[in-house]
Design a protein around this ligand. Structure first.
Ligand code: NAP
Ligand code: MG
Length: 501
């Protein structure tokens, strides 16, 4: 059995239990915190017209470390007047500088930004983890390198825009308003800013209230890269700042990533305007495991799909659909596996599940999990110890879930998996598609023909086969149905940042 372990002799130390056979239990490791200096400032101002400026209202809000509830820094709160100043600066930069530069010149800035971010990768990873709560392993190995990769990839496009829409010419839209969520602060920012700049647009972006720090740190890189003033502007704040930005008359396009509720609000307020929109919204993905799948790999894929990163992932495989003949085996293996997930200090390199991003989000997860128990699903949680301070949630698996349970229908956005079963391929497709969302799905099977059939019939923007949560800047990402419209990444993503002429 994979989980039957003998503790190595070297592990025996005074004060520790003697080496012995343990079954499905966590090995004790010494803490291994990442020690790079995140170089945080006590206060972050707004970034408008290439400079850090105080907000006109004089108001600031705190950014909190969700791992220990301590204040990290204070962030300037942008009001309508600041949003206006940022939009005016972006329009000037667009008219006078950025739209007039040849693509090969714009590319140089994007390459520079990518390189400078790589140079400071460890520092950015620590800042991202402290501000958002995700494990350092995720921010170090995924978020920051992938953000740099998006700048590199789009730098490569900037002088090849004639190939974005073969047979047509493309032109930038102008100023783009971008609003992003807290789950991938730096990566969502890179997904949005890199294609916009490559295409010749200028940007005003609002980061999420709880995770503004890495955006404002990236502004330092923009300054170091010599990016012309006004090409990118950051206005931090909460929902009102976002509303002021998307409703401002200057932006020609609104690119939004966040919840379906707020996405619909924005669409309603922009209906009748001629602003272009792209919406990257919520998800309730099905990870579908057939009886011929490599079960151990599938279990690892399920774990990766929902538990790493605390389930704070729009495309998280939050519903597991498992073929009846292997359902009991998969469930047993899953339970064993989550017993050895490490929940705790996000800065520790051994941590699998870090802190929940905010107290509000922890409240939402707790409420939905309680509804699962109340509606009759069977809950399993390992008995892991949670840190006394900070916001944490145990990895949770629900079995005996039916399609009518709230935990099978609503986005939980936490480390919670709902397990359902199916008997036939058609039933799997029907259950997977029986959701208001359509962002992503996973299929685990030995048969190529079944992968092709499933990926044709699943109404999801991304279908992963025998893997999960894999990303690449060349590959477009986006949703069906209430998961939104428009694509980010690849050639298709660029099409959403231009006019065809
Ligand atoms: P959210 O509450 O919708 O917030 C997203 C952003 O919109 C935040 O910056 C938020 O500001 C701002 N906002 C709130 N009200 C607004 C308004 N009336 N007008 C304009 N902007 C407004 O979402 P979240 O809780 O931060 O993020 C989680 C959601 O994002 C999940 O549903 C997840 O599935 C989705 N998501 C989707 C994708 C994708 O690619 N499809 C990727 C990542 C996340 P505040 O921060 O102050 O609330
Ligand atoms: Mg924070």
């Amino acid at each position: 059995m994979a989980l039957l372990k003998t503790l190595p002799k070297a592990h025996a130390r005074p004060g520790r239990p003697a080496p012995e056979l343990i079954f499905g239990e966590l090995w004790e490791y010494d803490p291994a915190p990442e020690s790079a200096d995140p170089k945080l400032k006590p206060r972050y101002e707004l970034f408008i017209n290439g400079e850090f400026v105080a907000p006109k209202s004089g108001k600031y809000f705190d950014s909190i470390n969700p791992a220990n509830e301590q204040k990290l820094a204070e962030i300037a709160l942008a009001g309508a007047a600041d949003v206006d100043a940022a939009c005016q600066a972006a329009q000037r930069a667009f008219d006078q500088v950025w739209s007039r530069l040849p693509g090969r010149e714009r590319a140089k800035y994007l390459f520079r930004i990518a390189r400078l971010l790589q140079d400071r990768a460890r520092e950015f990873a620590v800042a991202e983890t402290m501000d958002g709560g995700k494990p350092i392993r995720e921010s170090r190995d995924f978020d920051v390198p992938m953000a740099a990769a998006h700048f590199f990839y789009h730098a490569g496009w900037a002088d090849k825009l004639d190939y974005v829409a073969p047979g047509r010419r493309v032109a930038p839209l102008g100023v783009v308003a971008q609003v992003i969520p807290w789950n991938f602060p730096l990566l969502m920012l890179a997904w949005k800013i890199a294609p916009a700049l490559a295409m010749g647009n200028c940007v005003v972006l609002k980061p999420a209230e709880t995770t503004s720090i890495t955006a404002l740190k990236l502004a330092e890189i923009f300054q170091d890269a010599g990016l012309p003033p006004g090409v990118v502007n950051f206005v931090a704040g909460a929902g009102e700042t976002g509303a002021a930005l998307v409703n401002h008359p200057i932006p020609a396009k609104v690119a939004f990533t966040g919840s379906t509720v707020v996405g619909k609000l924005i669409m309603r307020s922009l209906a009748g305007s001629d602003k272009k929109m792209t919406m990257e919204l919520g998800g309730k993905a099905a990870n579908i495991v057939f009886d011929d799948a490599p079960i151990d790999q599938a279990v690892e894929g399920i774990i990766n799909g929902i538990f790493f990163n605390q389930g704070h992932v729009c495309c998280a495989g939050s519903r597991l659909l498992v073929h009846e003949p292997v359902a009991a085996t998969v469930l047993a293996k899953l339970k064993n596996r989550i017993k050895v997930l490490r929940v705790g200090d996000p800065l520790d390199k051994n941590t699998d599940i870090g802190a929940i991003n905010s107290k509000e989000q922890l409240g939402k997860i707790t409420e939905l999990v309680a509804s699962g128990v109340k509606e009759g699903a069977e809950m399993f949680q390992p008995a892991c110890k949670l840190p006394a301070k900070g916001w944490y949630f145990r990895p949770t698996v629900f079995s005996k879930v039916t399609m009518s349970h709230r935990i099978a229908r609503e986005e939980i956005f936490g480390p919670v998996l709902s397990v359902l079963t199916f008997r036939t391929v058609d039933e799997a497709v029907e259950k997977a598609n029986n959701t208001a969302y359509g962002l992503s799905a996973g299929v685990w099977t030995d048969k190529g023909s079944r992968i092709l059939k499933m990926s044709t019939e699943l109404k999801a923007g991304v279908v992963w086969a025998n893997t999960y949560n894999k990303f690449d800047p060349t590959s477009p990402f986006g949703g069906y149905k209430e998961s939104g419209f428009g694509r980010e990444g690849g050639r298709q993503g660029l099409l959403d940042y231009c006019r065809l002429i």
